[in-house]
Design a protein around this ligand. Sequence first.
Ligand SMILES: [Zn+2]
Ligand SMILES: [Zn+2]
Ligand SMILES: [Zn+2]
Length: 145
Amino acid sequence: MKSETSKRIERLLRSVGLRRTGPREAILGVLMRAGKPLTQEEIAAKLGAAIPNKVTIYRTLESFCKASLVHKAFMQKRAWHFELADRCTESQCHPHFTCKKCGVISCLVGLPVSIIKGVKKGFVIHRQRVQLEGLCPRCVGKKGR
Ligand SMILES: [Zn+2]
Ligand SMILES: [Zn+2]
Ligand SMILES: [Zn+2]
């Protein structure tokens, strides 16, 4: 019996015409279970000994991005955060929120953000990423620490 996750991984890879390989399945599995953006380093830590090769992880993520299976959600502390693209629309990623106090990252799926308009002629927008910063509900409650 195959798990729901591995069936989903199989479908995702097939939908973009990528062959199933160990690293691809493992990395998609990590992103799927996380449900939030992860840096390459965090992905590597979760993979553990399964894929010790950084280059393999990097190349796999790049091929996923190229196939639009994975998005670079945002850059923070000079590291891209990767996540599955299945909760984004064609031209817009769902917004992300980073708490300035505890650093927790939240996917604000379903939060409507209008696509910017009125960009000068000659610019072509492919994708809009919105990143918000502030305090998360837990930190708002904690006063003066
Ligand atoms: Zn996205
Ligand atoms: Zn917080
Ligand atoms: Zn997200």
